[in-house]
Design a protein around this ligand. Structure first.
Ligand SMILES: [Zn+2]
Length: 473
């Protein structure tokens, strides 16, 4: 680095100091309480296999007890995960006066985190460390941000004797990052505890900041694609490789894979993706922006759809995709392969059924000796129709901080607990209240971090969202 550049970069870092907030500036009782919950739960290594999910569920249950919640409204629900670990979900009900006559609202987040190894991180991942305006630690973003903010919001409202006009429910799952079975357990076996008109999931959505910490937009997640794996497999009698036969499992598999590669699933859209493309179009200045604009006006515009499909970040938003991700074939260098198989990973557009895709793959693969099987038990979920009340509440909360900031509904191509809730008939909207720069996004990765300012701003964000959704006007 030359001296000149070094001086410039010093000036830049000095100007970004203006963005730096310290937790020492946030001294209200509810703020210090939220920070202590954040610190205590980040210290719990709730990654798979460390027996801390249950510990965290009980720790939070105690916070709700201390906060005046009735014992009957606090439920730690034990669950044995497939590896034999005892995990748990936590469900807490905030009783309203029922004056609205409406079903409850569910607020979801997950207690588990992706594993983090101390030796790989610059700092201890399981100690909340504040530095240069950031909180560092595994789960600071995903998703102890969500569990802390929701817990703190409920405790604060209770301490203010707030009476919602309907019940509010917290549901924290225990294995979102791995099997996602605890959320299914709640949907299938404890429906009475979590049944709601709709859910806000504090595990997706949120605001984007530019490199200079300027707000760009706020995203509300209203749909997720369904994740489904298919195994395609062929077996042959095999034999000695010096005496090749016409039948060869590897060639058969290769042909089937080429047929799948050549197939393009039809373009699809829903009100969320059309709204997303419409709003994103204004931010994209290039040909992609123009195509998004055209597609949002006319989803039958084939040229626009084709152009969008060439962008890997967008292709998943206009169609179901199926792609080969793993192959396994043969057993020796000098033997004809007795078997060859591949994994086809599909991401289904909301509303598309798993068995439809199964039949489609069957149709695409011309060799009928090839077996095609669904792996596991994927359930497809619909998109959640955009609701005016949810949009208005998020808008009010976001605009209290950043007036006029665009709010963009979107669909993710990955999956969260929201998928199981939607599949179970509870429309779900992902919104964390967190604002972050793209370059600070380290969820699942190393040195996960969240802006200190964003953490405390989100406390106010949730306060507004909950008031808006459960206050008689
Ligand atoms: Zn998450």
């Amino acid at each position: 680095m030359s001296k000149y550049i070094f001086i410039i970069s010093l000036i830049f870092s000095a100007s970004s100091q203006a963005q730096i907030a310290s937790s020492k500036n946030y001294t209200a009782d509810y703020q210090t309480k939220a920070l202590s919950i954040y610190r205590d739960t980040i210290a719990m290594r709730t990654a798979k296999g460390h027996n801390q999910v249950k510990v965290m569920a009980h720790y939070l249950a105690d916070r709700f007890r201390d906060g005046g919640f009735d014992e009957n409204d606090i439920n730690v629900i034990p669950f044995i995960s497939p590896n034999g670990e005892e995990i748990a979900s936590l469900v807490v009900r905030y009783q309203g006066d029922d004056s609205s006559g409406k079903k409850p609202i569910l607020f979801a987040a997950h207690m588990d985190v992706v594993e983090a190894l101390k030796k790989d991180w610059e700092k201890d991942p399981f100690t909340l460390i504040e530095e240069n305006g950031y909180f560092f630690g595994r789960g600071t973003g995903d998703d102890k941000f969500g569990t802390t903010l929701l817990t703190a919001a409920f405790l604060r409202l209770k301490s203010e004797n707030y009476m919602p006009n309907r019940d509010l429910i917290i549901a924290f799952s225990g294995d979102e990052e791995t099997e996602m079975l605890t959320i299914e357990d709640l949907v299938d076996n404890h429906r009475n505890l979590i049944d709601a008109e709709f859910a806000i999931n504090a595990d997706s959505g949120g605001g984007s900041l530019s490199t200079e910490f300027e707000p760009i937009s706020y995203q509300l997640q209203a749909a997720e694609k369904t994740y489904a794996d298919f195994t395609i497999k062929i077996t042959n009698p095999g034999g000695h490789s010096s005496r090749p036969t016409k039948k060869n499992a590897i060639y058969d598999l290769a042909l089937a894979l080429s047929e799948i590669e050549a197939y393009t699933f039809p373009t699809q859209s829903n009100d969320i993706t059309l709204e997303y493309f419409k709003m994103r179009a204004t931010a994209e200045k290039n040909e992609l922006g123009r195509a998004m604009q055209q597609f949002s006006l006319n989803p039958k515009n084939i040229a626009a759809a084709e152009l969008i499909s060439t962008y890997s970040g967008q292709v998943g938003i206009i169609k179901t995709t199926c792609i080969a991700t793993m192959v396994n074939a043969g057993h020796a260098e000098n033997a004809l392969p007795q078997s060859a198989e591949a994994n086809i990973n599909c991401r289904l557009f909301p509303g598309v059924k798993v068995n439809e895709i199964h039949s489609k793959l069957r149709e695409i693969v011309s060799n009928k000796d090839i077996l095609i099987e669904v792996s596991g038990n994927p359930k497809s979920a619909p998109a959640s129709p955009l609701r005016e009340d949810v949009m208005a509440a998020i808008k009010k909360a976001v605009h209290a901080q950043f007036p006029d900031l665009p709010i963009i509904p979107y669909m993710t191509t990955g999956a969260t607990d929201g998928r199981a809730l939607r599949a179970g008939g509870i429309p779900t909207y992902g919104s964390t209240g967190q604002f972050a720069r793209a370059e600070d996004s380290f969820a699942h990765g190393l040195n996960e971090r969240v802006l200190v300012k964003s953490f405390f701003d989100a406390l106010e964000h949730w306060q507004i969202v909950i008031h808006e959704l459960s206050e008689s006007k």
